[in-house]
Design a binder for this molecule. Sequence first.
Ligand code: SAM
Ligand code: SF4
Length: 331
Amino acid sequence: MHTTQLVDPFGRRITYLRLSVTDRCDFRCTYCMSEDMVFAPRQQILSLEELYAVADAFIGLGVRRVRITGGEPLVRKNLLSLLQRLGARAELDDLAITTNGTQLAELAPQLRAAGVRRLNVSLDSLKRERFAAFTRRDKLDQVLVGIDVARAAGFERIKLNSVVQRGRNDDEVLDLVEFAIARGLDISFIEEMPLGSVVSHRREQTFCSSDEVRARIEQRHALVRSSQVTGGPSRYWQVVGSESRVGFISPHSHNFCGDCNRVRVTAEGKLVLCLGHDNALDLKRLLRAHPGDGARLRQALIEALRLKPERHHFASDEQVQVVRFMSMTGG
Ligand code: SAM
Ligand code: SF4
């Protein structure tokens, strides 16, 4: 078995880092940000050098998969230089990006050349007006072109991510699955998480469980449980007769914490041990007090793992339990 020095008090082995490279975004998805979102001052955001130092420390301790996220990671200036350095790390089994897709038409070939293997692209609706209502930006066409350019760029896998909301896009579940199948993509359906407070909808009214989404898909397609183990929150099903897999991320209806193998680092350098808890370690302070001291950073990470909570406690009511928005934590 792969050895990692990052083991938490519950015996979970941390091999996966989600690294947020910015809290900014060119969208304002209603479940993720407010329209008048205030972003962190630039000096509070980790520099590319600091981001690399964080990733390097995790890789040195046994992390084998890194996902770059945000905010919208592709709006970060010179991100390619960071990706090239990470892409050159032979220890990594996977380097992936989660993106809203707006920059893919321009950047997808360069991302692939830098060593990015997999892409997740968020897509909640195929209808222009709905898409604009979800994201508060009228850019569906740009995203669809970006997906096509990415398909041609030769990534190992491209997966769509769709947050499903009752009465808002739950009637598009099958259309989104057909879209994925026609293009050989995977797709994950996500239950909305209570991160940050939202004004556009009441979450308890729009909640749509993964079991319900799966039942809808099974009205048209046979699904068989996929053997793929991601060590992540997604449970995958193969769509029979296609290359596509359907995943379900169900923080409410299926607690996935038992085999959680991941930690997150925010764009401001906070090590977040669990999406559902507010406790975090300030890596930026350490990085700036002791620049270049990789050994000290690695030691701090090992010690911080002792604080990883056993599980989150999201409930499907309107109460906001975590004040951070997903865009701050890194989705
Ligand atoms: N901007 C990129 C994107 O949209 O793919 C990366 C960051 S975004 C925060 C990552 C993922 O988190 C997206 O798929 C988004 O739909 C999801 N997300 C954001 N807020 C969420 C929430 N409250 N509940 C569930 N998923 C959420
Ligand atoms: Fe931006 Fe992604 Fe959040 Fe939408 S989900 S506002 S694209 S960070």
